[in-house]
Design a protein. Sequence first.
Length: 124
Amino acid sequence: MMRLLYNRFENEFITAEGLKTEVEKVFGITNVDFTRYYRYDPETDSMSFGASGGMWMFTDLISEEFEEVTGTYIITIDFYADGAYMLKAKTMKYKVVKTKEDEYRMISSECLYDSGYIPYRDGI
């Protein structure tokens, strides 16, 4: 979750309250206690979400639709277990709505296909 919000912050540290606010805004998840996260440091009231080196996943954008009536974007993405894009791990469909300029809120996610393989991720 913290990596999805990475671009929102100036550096690699955030307070537990700051992360709670952003997660509620973006995902609609409330009452999360990030002070229980293993990277939380009570002395500085902050946590690192690791800006060391970056990360990527092997994905393919399958479709992107926009529903004008609801203002909802529907995005379907294939995730792969290998860098050659030969072994599809899963297909996910996400619904998001734009809340402000360059800000979106996730409405739902749905797994359309799951091979049982874990999507490859580097840097995690």
